[in-house]
Design a protein around this ligand. Sequence first.
Ligand code: ATP
Length: 136
Amino acid sequence: TEQTLVLVKPDGVSRGLTGTILARIEAKGYSIVELRQLRATRELLEQHYAEHAGKPFFEPLVEFMLGGPIVAAVFEGQRVIEGFRSLAGSTEPTTAAPGTIRGDLGRDWGVSVQQNLVHGSDSAESAEREIGIWFA
Ligand code: ATP
């Protein structure tokens, strides 16, 4: 069995979608093993998004993630990393497939960064690293 880090980003929390999003992941059959709401710090986000440092959207992304509370969760289950990414849908909410979290609940708000409701780890290595950052 495997674990992944899921974040409900500030747009998801402020729109009151936390319960809906967590329920969709649980309904798929994955279990919550850790759950907390917090405000991120710049240091935490710089670690989390280290691979994007220097990209044009990096600073707007950090500002967006600092803009409100975030819900961080660790979910567990067989192939949960891939499974959650499939549930989340592709990066751009406007074109993410219907049936996915981003496709059903998100759209493009015309801002300088994708406000796409959720984050999920993209590999076992990322999951281990990110769980260590958000649940130190
Ligand atoms: P996915 O891999 O499904 O896109 P992700 O959250 O892992 O999800 P990353 O490529 O790691 O996506 O990018 C992190 C976040 O940065 C995205 O979720 C999005 O909020 C933002 N982002 C990524 N690429 C862009 C871009 N070209 N313009 C604006 N924001 C972006």
